[in-house]
Design a protein around this ligand. Structure first.
Ligand SMILES: [Zn+2]
Length: 139
């Protein structure tokens, strides 16, 4: 099985494990570590010391995440494996050594383990929000 699929099924296991037991089983924990290595360790650190916020419109269709840890904030889009951090650019896109970065994984794990702060936006606020993000990226 390609690593990407292993990772995907592992996250599914993690989700089920959390739903059943309210925590990740040792097996899941080990598996996540085997597949994601240091990225998993760092993502777990974000969950402990940082904040994952989910901004969504009233119908929940439009979603943006913000991951903040140690004064750094990254904005991520829902269900898209992409991040603006340098790690993602270098190790995921250029070197293809990693499947994803700690921010993307932290969002996924935060969602699975219900550690996301949800903030409701109106559709107009959402548009402003995205505009800010895009402006930030262009700078
Ligand atoms: Zn990142």
């Amino acid at each position: 099985m390609p690593l990407r699929e292993v990772a995907f099924s592992l996250l599914k296991d993690a989700e089920n494990s959390f739903k059943e037991n309210g925590k990740f089983s040792d097996e899941v924990f080990q598996g996540l570590h085997d597949v994601f290595g240091e990225v998993f360790v760092k993502a777990a650190e974000i969950l402990e010391s940082g904040v994952v916020m989910r901004y969504e419109t009233p119908n929940g269709v439009r979603v943006i995440f913000k991951v903040t840890n140690k004064k750094e904030t990254y904005t991520l889009f829902d269900n898209i494996n992409f991040c603006y951090c340098s790690m993602f650019a270098q190790e995921v896109l250029v070197n293809r050594k990693l499947l994803t970065c700690k921010h993307v994984l932290a969002v996924r794990l935060a969602e699975i383990s219900d550690q996301v702060e949800v903030i409701k936006l109106t559709d107009l606020q959402y548009i402003d929000f995205v505009r800010d993000v895009v402006n930030y990226i262009k700078e």
